[in-house]
Design a protein around this ligand. Structure first.
Ligand code: IVH
Length: 763
């Protein structure tokens, strides 16, 4: 499989310099595209991703442009969609059902618009466009005679489709009789539209299938297509299909032309008046820039609407202009589809590796041939655990469907069944029995757990690396120079053999002498595989030192004085790291508690513990009961804290850090007894303008980040809560606040704007 079909194919095409070679490639492509079309239109089981199909069509078009002799009448480029399919009675469309031409970039979309505008030589300032969401479903033509539904048909080859009337009649939103004023009903009208399955209905259907022990469907489009082409209309009826109208075919009025019908948008209004659903997302706009805005908007909000979409369709709104521009053999010249980068692609599964994280969990992940999906190159996807690998039914060597919805993490959906026998070697994968990083036997943490863990928490290099990286993170000691790369360099260097940090106990004792020699192998950010040099050795980096440079004069002077000039000097990174570690020793107690990597103890629980006990010694001395009595701690966290202190090697960490100068206390804190006495006497435990108050922040504030606002509330003695209730004292409202503002109003909770909030904090 090609890593990037678009690039590879265009390169291929460009290289074809003889007509004979071009014809050979053309024949090959035609066979592929025809097979793709049969799989897609007749079997509802595509073999290639939409992107690959589009790329093949584009290459065919490019070949035909270069060698016009190839553009024969029955080329797939000259035909529309699938031919009339199997099993259903043929239905001849009254007027031909066309397809759409595609563009894949904003520049191409602009170019299309300028060409159209040139041809129309519009006198008025800007062309009127109809900009629509491209629904990822399947096209139908509904034939109404005198307001009564006579036939529903699929597109087929554009002239003849399949008669699916019985199934169409089960779709609740398609009226049997047109509504509204009967005098507006044409003698005959073909309404074109897209049948689709809403994402919510698709998810529900899949949940039911899985609950009943069946395999889920791959995506809403194929499910909708399969559901509409069911032999048994009762099955179609159970699937909750929907439809939006997006076009007009034949139209015969009983009494001459309908007076107002001059625009496609006006036709939609008529349809809506008749009870035919029209997409609520359509926009009537002037000028192509507004269409580009729509492309941008839905690029970001692709998953915020009720159905899957794969592009934006731009149409000339005025029907007279549509007529003037006309059609090609397969598509109108007055409309174009902008297609988003694909979110579902096919690629080859090369291997399944196992990674070990901070908590020791062993997670299998897929390594694939790199592939462009939804705008970025993906090589890896998590497979969670061995049960998930089994459930997905993937083998190494399979071509798999890879999905990346929006910003969401890439996910393998399963193998492409139609390509199971493509001759590529396959092998079954088995979960390794030992930790890939330290060789310890993997086991579940407790009986019945699916996840396997490496029990060598103390010195498994992967776990130490994870914990050290966590210590540097923003919600912990916030050490900028201690990120993922530095954590790996400190715990898994290629030089020296023994890492400076065998456990995190030595973190605050690091010295420049220890850092300088460190060399690390550069790893690919996506696959984690070592990057090779041309000579087969691994590329290395020295993160903490750089080659010394000298001026000629400086070198000469030093040599004259008999000095030995060092070859290396510390890199800024080394100095910064040691500086930041030094400062971390006196940071807030709660940060130092988070740095211990106690399960379930993140910033919230750590603050609760630090605020009450005032020092690590007091936390350590507390019983499980005393710990769980603290507001915001509770029995689960209390048990984890106690269990953490009971582990011998954890004591070594505390001792070493304390010896290195980590403060582990809040200066001036009165201790837990005084806190309890205060609480009993009813006086406020903490002071500050928000002492004892619960505050919810919603929407975005100008001068505070989300975490910043939370921090300010806590600093002022208040509690930052996530949801509004009767017990909330204030709700602070920023821009684009959602339902929480309404809830506050309904409950009569005082509402503050940002300025009032700032004033309150100042008090
Ligand atoms: S207009 C003559 N508008 O996309 C123009 N088509 O890839 C006919 N589609 O065959 C189509 N949403 O099935 C139009 N808002 C929309 C659409 C849409 C989805 C489908 C339609 C068409 C296919 C072309």
């Amino acid at each position: 499989m090609n890593a990037n079909p678009v690039l590879t194919d265009i390169r291929l095409t460009a290289a074809l310099t003889t007509q004979e070679a071009a014809a050979r490639r053309w024949t090959e492509l035609r066979a592929l595209v025809e097979e793709d079309q049969r799989a897609y239109y007749q079997r509802d089981a595509p073999m290639v991703s939409d992107a690959e199909y589009d790329a093949r069509m584009r290459e065919l078009e490019a070949l035909e442009a270069a060698w016009p002799g190839l553009a024969v009448a029955d080329s797939p480029t000259q035909r529309i969609g699938g031919s009339a399919g199997t099993g259903f009675a043929p239905a001849d469309h009254v007027e031909r059902m066309l397809s759409l031409d595609n563009v894949f970039s904003l520049d191409e979309l602009r170019a299309w618009a300028s060409k159209v505008e040139r041809e129309l030589v519009e006198e008025d300032a800007e062309t009127g466009f109809l900009s629509e969401v491209k629904i990822d479903g399947l096209a139908v033509a509904l034939l109404y005679e005198n307001g009564v539904l006579k036939r529903g048909a699929t597109r087929g080859d554009g002239r003849t489709g399949e008669d699916v009337t019985a199934n169409v009649r089960t779709i609740a939103c398609i009226p049997e009789r047109l509504g509204g004023d009967p005098s507006t009903h044409p003698a005959l009208v073909e309404i074109r539209g897209e049948v689709f399955m809403a994402n919510a209905d698709f998810d529900r259907l899949n949940a039911e299938l899985v609950a009943a022990g069946h395999a889920p469907y791959a995506n809403p489009r194929n499910t909708a297509a399969g559901s509409l082409r069911q032999k048994d209309p009762a099955v179609t009826a159970s699937r909750h299909l929907r439809m939006y109208a997006h076009g007009i075919g034949a139209l015969h009025w009983a009494h001459g032309e309908h007076e107002n019908l001059d625009r496609q948008s006006r036709a939609y209004e008529l349809f809506a008046g008749w009870g035919i659903p029209v997409s609520p997302h359509n926009r009537v706009v002037r000028g192509v820039e507004a269409c580009l805005d729509m492309v941008e908007y839905y690029g970001k909000h692709r998953h915020d609407i009720e159905h899957d979409l794969d592009g934006i369709v731009v149409k000339i709104d005025a029907l007279a202009d549509q007529q003037r521009l006309g059609v090609t053999s397969r598509a109108p010249k007055w409309a174009i589809a902008y297609k988003y980068p694909p979110e579902e692609v096919h690629t080859r599964l090369l291997s399944i590796e196992v990674g070990v994280g901070r908590t020791g969990r062993a997670t299998p992940y897929a390594v694939m041939e790199p592939v462009l999906v939804a705008g970025s190159v993906v090589r890896q996807a998590t497979l969670h655990n061995q049960d998930v690998v089994r459930a997905k039914g993937v083998r190494i060597g399979d071509v798999v469907v890879l999905r990346k919805a929006g910003d969401v993490i890439p996910e393998i959906l399963g193998p492409v069944a139609a390509l199971a026998d493509d001759g590529f070697p396959r092998s079954d994968w088995v979960m390794p029995a030992h930790c890939p990083e330290c060789g310890t036997a993997l086991r579940p943490m407790k009986d019945g757990d699916v996840d396997l863990r490496c029990p060598n928490a103390r010195s498994c290099p992967a776990q130490v690396r994870g914990r050290v990286e966590h210590i540097g993170s923003r919600g912990c000691l916030d050490i900028e120079a201690l990120g993922a790369v530095t954590a790996a360099a400190l715990t898994q260097p290629s030089v020296p053999d023994v890492p400076p940090l065998v456990t995190e106990a030595g973190l605050f004792d690091l010295t420049l002498e220890q850092l300088l020699p460190i060399e690390v192998v550069v790893r690919d950010a996506e696959t984690g595989a070592p990057v090779e040099e041309n000579d087969g050795t691994h590329r290395r980096r020295t993160p903490f030192r750089k080659r010394a440079t000298y001026t000629k004069a400086g070198r000469a002077a030093a040599l004259q004085d008999g000095e030995v000039l060092p070859e290396w000097v510390p890199a800024a990174q080394a100095v910064t790291l040691l500086d930041e570690l030094e400062r971390a020793k006196t940071k807030d107690l709660w940060r130092q508690v988070v740095a211990l990597n106690i399960r379930h103890v993140g910033p919230v629980a750590a603050r609760a513990l630090a605020d009450w006990f005032g020092s690590l010694a007091e936390i350590q001395a507390a019983s499980v009961e005393e710990l769980s009595a603290v507001e915001g701690v509770g029995p689960t966290i209390a048990a984890e804290v106690a269990a953490w202190f009971a582990e011998g090697w954890h004591g070594d960490i505390i001792d070493a850090w304390r010896l290195a100068g980590v403060r582990f206390a809040t200066p001036g804190h009165p201790g837990p007894e005084a806190m309890a006495a205060n609480l009993a006497s009813g006086s406020s435990v903490v002071d500050g303008p928000l002492a004892g108050k619960t505050v919810v922040v919603t929407g975005s504030l100008e001068n505070y980040t989300r975490d910043g606002a939370k921090e300010a509330i806590i600093q002022a003695g208040g509690k930052a809560a996530a949801s509004v209730s009767k017990r909330t004292d204030y709700v602070v409202i920023g821009a684009n606040a959602g339902s929480k503002a309404a809830k506050a109003e309904a409950l009569g909770v005082p509402i503050l704007d940002e300025a009032q909030f700032a004033a309150l904090l100042q008090r």
